[in-house]
Design a binder for this molecule. Sequence first.
Ligand SMILES: [Zn+2]
Length: 176
Amino acid sequence: MPQALVLNATYEPLGVVTDRRALLLVLNQRAITVEESDTVLHYAGGEVTLPNVIRLTKFVRIPYRHAVPLSRRAIFARDGGKCAYCSATATSIDHVIPRSRGGGHNWENVVSACHKCNHQKADRTLKEIGWRLRSLPREPVGAAWRILGTGRTDERWLTYLKPYGIEALGNAAATA
Ligand SMILES: [Zn+2]
């Protein structure tokens, strides 16, 4: 089922709904269409284009922040799909402090990495091989990150996710 991105009145991404549900929100004047999809729905009285991105007409307060689940897709999204050591296209996940050396599986110790760096680094620490990270890995915050956990995402949504630190959608990570 094709999905639509839902933005708060402030343009902050909130989540994803089916495109039919998005159309209902627009018809009920609870949202406006920001971007249309390629899907045209035909009915007896005419036709209507389903939305791809909608924005709520009234601001919705998010009561609390969920922790962002640590997934391959989200790590690639945070790191822009690039290797944390050399900026080449990332194909794998690397533990900065290797797990065999006591490194944890957490946001602060995982980065996306290219095959070459991951292979060269192996079970060594950065200090041992004299490498540096391009930036310090951190846990992302914000509702926008939950969208990455909703399955297939649309490349056109990236425009609305980028202001919240999402550099790539990680679709490549999901299929790699
Ligand atoms: Zn690399």
